[in-house]
Design a protein around this ligand. Structure first.
Ligand SMILES: CSCCC(=O)/C(O)=C/O
Ligand SMILES: [Fe+2]
Ligand code: NI
Length: 186
């Protein structure tokens, strides 16, 4: 179940608010300029390539490009048997920003986004069907967990794709990781 846990950055051990209500999640995040929506998904072949996935979701990708000005899209897909899963997990674990809006559409599995602003950290355990935006310049990080299982479509205005600027803050190390919050999400 999609779950939003909100932490005060000065008390990072325990969330002060937890909700699984999609409308509350959407309203809470919208008040911070973050888009959260639930979009329909389709069946994917187990061994679908990036090209096949982008073809299956061509309509959605085209709509997001039209609406938001994105130029390119790619797919990140991880399974627990990936020999590089630890390196992939590490890649997104430190707080960073992008100089463009980050839009991610989960078409399989789950993953945990942390958004950091206003002295709070919003930890959103995203599930299949979830579309989330992380506005340009927002401090954030992502935890796919030790046994990653997800497929996510990513949209970019930067033709180079994923480019991150790391903040150097240690906030990500002070928040509970995926293992702790996956239990909360159920
Ligand atoms: C969920 S897709 C991989 C993570 C990613 O692209 C990103 O920018 C995380 O902050
Ligand atoms: Fe990011
Ligand atoms: Ni920060």
């Amino acid at each position: 179940m999609t779950t939003l846990s909100i932490f005060n950055q000065s008390q990072p051990d325990a969330a002060h608010t937890v909700t699984t209500d999609p409308q509350v999640i959407s309203d809470t995040l919208a008040s911070q300029g973050v888009r959260f929506e639930r979009w329909p998904t389709r069946e994917l072949p187990a061994d679908a390539s990036q090209e096949q996935i982008l073809a299956i979701y061509a309509e959605e990708v085209a709509a997001l490009k039209r609406e938001c000005g994105f130029l390119t899209a790619d797919v990140v897909s991880l399974n627990p048997d990936n020999p590089q899963k630890d390196a992939f997990r590490q890649k997104f674990l430190a707080e960073h920003t992008h100089s463009e809006d980050e839009v991610r559409f989960f078409v399989r599995g789950q993953g945990l986004f942390y958004l950091h602003f206003g002295g709070q950290v919003y930890a959103l355990m995203c599930q299949k069907n979830d579309l989330i935006s992380v506005p340009n310049g927002t401090h954030h990080w992502f935890d796919m967990g030790p046994e990653p299982e997800f497929t996510c479509i990513r949209l970019f205005t930067n033709p180079d794709g994923w480019v991150a600027s790391f903040t150097g803050e240690d906030i990500a190390a002070r928040l509970p990781r995926y293992e702790a919050l996956a239990g909360v999400a159920g």
